[in-house]
Design a protein around this ligand. Structure first.
Ligand code: PLP
Length: 422
C-alpha cells in the first residue's frame, strides 16, 4: 500500500513540519469555529439570557481571543497575564470573568482599572481588597461568589474542583454563606450578581453538574428567604470532556446542557425563583480536539523482550499532562498514514525525567528516525501549560484553515531563554 500523509484542516502535516520545524503545535481554526457555532446554536440561541465564556487557561493567545470574541463568546480569565492578553487582543473588558483562589492585590487592582465585567470572588480577603480599591477609584464592580457545591466529579482528582475539601470557593455551610453574602451586600462598591461553580474537567457525563445545580438552586432559595437576595446570575463553569483515546466520549452541547437547563427551569419554578442569567465556561471542549502536536522521531531504543522506546524532540516541556495526571493520547506517523500498524512502542519525551513519557504502548507502523509523529487532541492545556524545563524553547503555534496555514506564535529562541536575565 502507498504511504499516505496526514491532512488536517486541508493542510499536509509533513509539509508543515518541514516549513516550521518540530515540535510544532498545529491548531485547526475550522474545528474551533465549529465548536463555537454549536455553542451558539444549541445553547446561546436556544436559551434566552445565557452567555458562554471561553476558558483561556485551556489555550490563550491574541489570535484565539479574537476568534472566539468574533464568534460571540466572552472570556474566562484567571490571572493578570490572561486579562492583559485579552486586553491587547482588543476584547471588550466587560466580556471578562476574572477567577482565582488567591488573586494578588496587583491583579485585583488591575481588574478594577481595566473594568473587568465580573470578578468571581473566592474569599473575604479578596472581597475587602476589591471593595477598597473600587471605592478609591469610585467604581462599582459586579461580582459573583465562587461556591464549593460539595460534589465529586468523575475525573482525575487533580482536575476535580467541586468537592468540599477544595482550595477553590466558599464551602456551602450556612454558617459561612450567610456571613459571606451579608458582607458582600454591605460593601459600598460591589454589586453581588450571583454565584459560580466549577466541578471539574474532562467530564463525559453531566451528573456532577446536575448535583451542583441542585445545591446552587437551594442556596438561591435560602438567600432569597433569609436575606431577600435575588440571584441574577449563575455561572456553571466548564468541564465538558473531549475525545483523547478510544472509549472517550465527547458529549454534544445539547446532550450535556439540555438536562442541566431543564433542571434549572424546573427547580426555579418549584421554588418561585426567577431564572438567572446562565454562563458556561468551556475551555477544553472548544480547543482540545482542534490541536495536533508534531514531533520528529530521533533515537529508537529496543530493550529486548521488554519495550521499544521511540524518542521525540519534545515531551513534558510542551505537554506536561501525561506526567501531571496520567493523561492518555493517541498518535499516528504523519508520513505513513496508509501503512498497517506493525509494532507496539512507547513514545518518550526528551526531558531528564523518567515520567516524561508521552504515550505508553501504542501500536504504530514501523517507526524510523526522521518520521513525523502527530499526537492528537493537544489543543487544550498543552501550549498554555508549556515550560522551558531543561531550557527547551517553546514550540511555535500554527493556525490552519481549509488548506492555508499562518503562524500565530513564533518558536522561542535560545536568546528568548536568557532575555530576562540580568
Ligand atoms: C473556573 C473554571 N472555569 C472553566 C474551566 C475550564 O474547564 P474545561 O477546560 O474543562 O472546560 C476551569 C478549568 O479548570 C475552571 O477552573
Amino acid at each position: 500500500m502507498d504511504k499516505q500523509e496526514l491532512i488536517f484542516d486541508g493542510c499536509s502535516m509533513t509539509e508543515l513540519a518541514a516549513k516550521y520545524g518540530t515540535p510544532l503545535y498545529v491548531m485547526s481554526e475550522s474545528s474551533i469555529l465549529e465548536r463555537c457555532r454549536e455553542i451558539k446554536k444549541d445553547f446561546l440561541e436556544k436559551y434566552p439570557n445565557t452567555r458562554a465564556a471561553f476558558a483561556c487557561k485551556a489555550f490563550q493567545s491574541l489570535e484565539i481571543c479574537r476568534i472566539v470574541t468574533k464568534e460571540g463568546l466572552s472570556l474566562d480569565t484567571v490571572s493578570g497575564g490572561e486579562i492583559y492578553t485579552a486586553f491587547k487582543a482588543g476584547v471588550p473588558m466587560e466580556n471578562l470573568y476574572f477567577h482565582g483562589n488567591n488573586k494578588s492585590l496587583e491583579e485585583i487592582r488591575m481588574a478594577v482599572d481595566y473594568r473587568v465585567g465580573r470578578v468571581v470572588v473566592d474569599n473575604l480577603y479578596e472581597l475587602e481588597a476589591l471593595n477598597d480599591y473600587a471605592r478609591e477609584k469610585n467604581v462599582t464592580m459586579k461580582i459573583l461568589y465562587r461556591i464549593t457545591p460539595g460534589v465529586d466529579s468523575h475525573t482525575h482528582k487533580f482536575i476535580s474542583t467541586g468537592q468540599l475539601d477544595s482550595k477553590f470557593g466558599i464551602p456551602l455551610d450556612t454558617r459561612v454563606t450567610g456571613a459571606y453574602i451579608k458582607k458582600a451586600l454591605d460593601m459600598s462598591n460591589l454589586e453581588l450578581m450571583g454565584f459560580h461553580f466549577h466541578v471539574g474537567s474532562q467530564l463525559a457525563v453531566n451528573d456532577s453538574h446536575l448535583a451542583a445545580l441542585a445545591v446552587a438552586v437551594n442556596l438561591m432559595r435560602d438567600v432569597k428567604n433569609s436575606l431577600g437576595f435575588e440571584t441574577q446570575e449563575l455561572n456553571i463553569g466548564g468541564g465538558i470532556g473531549i475525545h483523547y483515546v478510544e472509549g472517550d466520549h465527547r458529549p454534544t452541547v445539547s446532550e450535556f446542557l439540555d438536562p442541566v437547563m431543564k433542571e434549572l427551569y424546573d427547580k426555579c419554578e418549584k421554588h418561585g425563583l426567577a431564572v438567572p442569567l446562565v454562563t458556561i465556561e468551556p475551555g477544553r471542549w472548544i480547543v482540545g480536539e482542534a490541536g495536533i502536536t508534531l514531533y520528529t522521531v530521533g533515537s529508537i531504543k529496543e530493550i529486548h523482550n521488554i519495550r521499544k522506546y521511540v524518542g521525540v524532540d519534545g515531551g513534558m516541556a510542551d505537554n506536561p499532562r501525561p506526567g501531571l495526571y496520567e493523561a492518555k493520547y493517541n498518535a499516528v506517523i504523519a508520513n505513513k498514514m496508509g501503512l498497517p500498524t506493525k509494532e507496539k512502542v512507547t513514545i518518550a519525551g526528551k526531558c531528564c525525567e523518567s515520567s516524561d513519557i508521552l504515550i505508553w504502548d501504542i501500536e504504530l507502523p514501523e517507526v524510523e528516525s526522521g518520521d513525523i509523529l502527530a499526537v492528537f487532541s493537544t489543543g487544550a492545556y498543552n501550549y498554555s501549560m508549556a515550560s522551558n524545563y531543561n531550557r527547551i524553547p517553546r514550540p511555535a503555534v500554527v493556525m490552519v484553515k481549509d488548506g492555508s496555514d499562518r503562524l500565530i506564535v513564533r518558536r522561542e529562541t535560545y536568546e528568548d531563554l536568557i532575555a530576562k536575565e540580568i
